[in-house]
Design a protein around this ligand. Structure first.
Ligand SMILES: [Zn+2]
Ligand SMILES: [Zn+2]
Length: 136
């Protein structure tokens, strides 16, 4: 995230029903709005807001179900969601096995999230405005 977030020591979040909860320590990494078709499908929206976190910096309680599918880049991606309420919570890709991406809407305080880039903009939908300030 941007430098103004560097002072944040801990972030918490979880799914809509509360069965899955997480705590993130350390600084979050690359923050992006992903417009790929898979994110559109698993979230039911035009793009998924996500940010990278090292696996060692996130502690998850509760059970996530995983749906594995090739991403638009060809790498296998795992979308992990709460089996009770269906909320997407995190995703992972085999390209970065040491990290995962957290869906920013699952944060208890989503205003902490500051997207840095819009990715897979070629599949962005005409009804889903891409901020021209967010470059790849
Ligand atoms: Zn849930
Ligand atoms: Zn995506």
């Amino acid at each position: 995230m941007t430098s103004e977030n560097k002072g944040v020591k801990e972030m918490t979040g979880g799914c809509a029903c509360g069965a899955v909860r997480y705590t993130i320590t350390g600084d979050p990494g690359f923050s992006f709005l992903c417009h790929c078709r898979r994110c559109q499908q698993v979230t039911g929206t035009g793009h998924a807001p996500g940010f990278k976190v090292d696996n060692k910096d996130i502690t998850i309680t509760g059970q996530l179900k995983s749906y594995d599918v090739p991403s638009d880049s060809g790498a296998m991606a795992s979308h992990k969601f709460c089996p009770e309420c269906g909320s997407p919570v995190i995703s992972a890709t085999e390209r970065f096995p040491e990290a995962c991406s957290v869906y920013a809407g699952s944060l208890d305080d989503p205003s902490l999230y500051k997207p840095q880039a819009a990715i897979f903009r070629e599949t962005a939908q005409p009804w889903d405005h891409v901020d021209p300030e967010l470059l790849d």
